[in-house]
Ligand binder design. Structure first.
Ligand SMILES: [Zn+2]
Length: 278
């Protein structure tokens, strides 16, 4: 791990963007002032709405709280697949369901399947626990009529199979989509929404770039997944919502549209899927 890189400079502003997936607390913003600072920095370059995503119950409490501090912040709550076993802890399912029902919670996520960490970390939920938790979150999304926000790592076939088996909610978002063109086509055909992070800008992400070209405007989102996955050429530096325009401009070039078109299309999709009024 070399020395810490400094944050990327502010990008050229691109008005009207939504960061469809970030983690404000992991970016270091855990107080009302700190949240406002991060969102102000984003708004200064056109990112005027952010969805902050929880991976466990403590983060779900934070995300819900943060929506009270700043009108531009919305929440998504769930147990991350690697923490799926926490669903068995007394009271967790009940409290998560209550937080998910909050009007400022606009998605159930991030949930899904993560096979990458199996056998690499010893605190990771088993496949059985992950399938069960994923099914529980799918049911919750359907009960509440909210979109399901999926984390899929090395589990394409199993995620699609679980969605089929449990029955997909009306709106499904693949956060930080990382598949190839074939996987993208299968998701698009099922009506799913694909959200692209800074990984699509990486030099070696040729298959992902092919995938990003074929997603229709009304199934496309852009996100940071901050503080991770900072777009090229700032890979490895700390990411934050203000970096969305880098990825948005990259996607616009890739898809042969103007940056303004990309911004208004992804924002229309975000508002529709998350139910956020303009
Ligand atoms: Zn995330």
């Amino acid at each position: 791990m070399g020395k810490r890189k400094s944050p990327p400079p502010l990008p050229e502003p691109l008005p009207g963007l939504v960061d469809a997936h970030t983690h404000l607390d992991s970016c270091g913003a855990r107080t009302p002032d700190a949240v406002r600072e991060v969102v102000d920095r984003a708004a200064a370059v056109g990112v005027d709405t952010v969805v902050t995503v929880a991976c466990d119950l403590a983060e779900a409490r934070f995300a819900t709280e943060a929506t009270r501090w700043d009108d531009r912040v919305f929440a998504a709550v769930a147990l991350h697949p690697t923490s799926a076993h926490e669903l068995q802890t007394d009271g967790v399912a009940e409290e998560l369901a209550a937080l998910a029902a909050d009007p400022r919670c606009v998605a159930i996520g991030e949930t899904g399947l993560d096979w990458y960490w199996l056998g690499k970390r010893d605190d990771v939920a088993t496949p059985e626990q992950q399938h069960e938790s994923f099914g529980w979150h799918i049911d919750l999304a359907k009960q509440l009529g909210k979109p399901l926000m999926i984390h899929n790592r090395d589990a394409d076939e199993d995620v699609l199979a679980d969605l089929e088996r449990f029955g997909a909610p009306e709106a499904v978002i693949f956060h930080c989509f990382s598949g190839n063109a074939d996987m993208a086509r299968r998701c698009v055909d099922r009506g799913f929404v694909l959200s692209f992070s800074g990984t699509v800008t990486f030099g070696n992400a040729v298959e992902l770039q092919e995938a990003a070209k074929l997603v229709p405007d009304d199934q496309l989102l852009v996100e940071t997944d901050a503080p991770f996955l900072t777009p090229h050429p700032y890979r490895g530096a700390p990411n934050e919502s203000y970096c969305v325009p880098y990825t948005a401009r990259y996607l616009a070039d890739l898809r042969g549209v103007t940056a303004e078109h990309l911004a208004s299309a992804t924002t229309a999709t975000a508002r529709r899927v998350f139910g956020i009024p303009a």
